[in-house]
Design a protein around this ligand. Structure first.
Ligand SMILES: *C/C=C(C)/C=C/C=C(C)/C=C/C1=C(C)CCCC1(C)C
Length: 259
């Protein structure tokens, strides 16, 4: 049974659009033409809204077992879009870095991105729940460690190290653990190639955040302005491009099996 019907997709889009409108109108009054950080917040917000519409509508095009993956991609960009509208307002109004919104966004979207690894494997074969739980545990350790360090509940370095351990655990699972074995041994070529690109995103694309933590926070070498622009671009890559890879494999596999 499909999770999202055409009608359902339209309704969720309209709801999403409405929830974003007031915030959009609000900030338009104060955005300065030379505030390039604010403008980057705007661009990313719009790209995330468009990506959400795209992923939800495309769920109607793929086979049932791929719909959940696409829906999750749409949820990631929707949740991020709403956070970006708030972050953009905070930045435009105060020039301050909206760290707390970023962490709340990560707390919801990063587990969803991790679930995607589990979902694309589950679409092609029977996989153990252990993969799911290990990816979740790694994610939580990474984010809670980073947050505790950033807000000062624990030392900045301790938070960084705990966060790195969580991330390393995730990388182990997808490069050498059960998830990687299932992908290598049982997945068709299109899924293998998606899995491999996704894990490079988690390695290289995700590295931007700990580097940002280090440069911006631990040694203060990077300004708030640059850091926000860098995070904003990273999120396009790590949320939208990640979703597009899943969309591509879902469409390819659906078309293969309808032949
Ligand atoms: C869409 C948002 C994404 C993919 C955010 C990802 C965030 C991280 C990979 C954060 C990682 C961190 C570490 C590995 C150690 C230091 C603290 C963090 C939380 C910045």
């Amino acid at each position: 049974m499909s999770l999202i019907t055409t009608k359902g997709a339209k309704a969720s889009l309209i709801a999403a659009a409405l929830s974003l409108l007031p915030a959009a109108a609000n900030a338009a009054e104060t955005l300065k033409a030379d505030d390039y950080v604010g403008i980057s917040f705007w661009l990313i917000s719009m790209a995330l809204v468009a990506a959400t519409a795209f992923f939800f509508i495309e769920t109607t095009r793929v086979q049932g077992k791929w719909k959940t993956s696409l829906t999750v991609s749409g949820l990631v960009t929707l949740i991020a879009a709403v956070h970006y509208f708030y972050m953009r307002d905070v930045w435009v109004a105060t020039g301050e870095t909206p760290t707390v919104y970023r962490y709340i966004d990560w707390l919801i979207t990063v587990p969803l991105l991790m679930i995607e690894f589990y979902l694309i494997l589950r679409a092609i074969t029977a996989v153990s729940g252990g993969i799911f739980w290990r990816l979740m545990i790694g994610t939580m350790v990474m984010l809670v460690g980073g947050y505790a360090g950033e807000v000062g509940y624990i030392g900045a370095w301790a938070g960084f190290i705990i966060g790195m351990v969580g991330w390393a655990y995730i990388l182990y699972e997808i490069f050498a653990g059960e998830a990687s074995r299932v992908a290598a041994e049982q997945a068709p070529p299109s899924v293998q190639s998606a899995f491999s690109t996704m894990r490079w995103i988690v390695t290289i694309g995700w590295a931007i955040y700990p580097i940002g933590y280090f440069m911006g926070y631990l040694n203060g070498a990077v300004s708030d302005e640059s850091l926000n622009v860098i995070y904003n671009i990273a999120d396009v890559w790590n949320k939208i491009a990640f979703g597009v890879i899943i969309w591509n494999v879902a469409v390819t596999e659906s078309e293969q099996s309808s032949k």
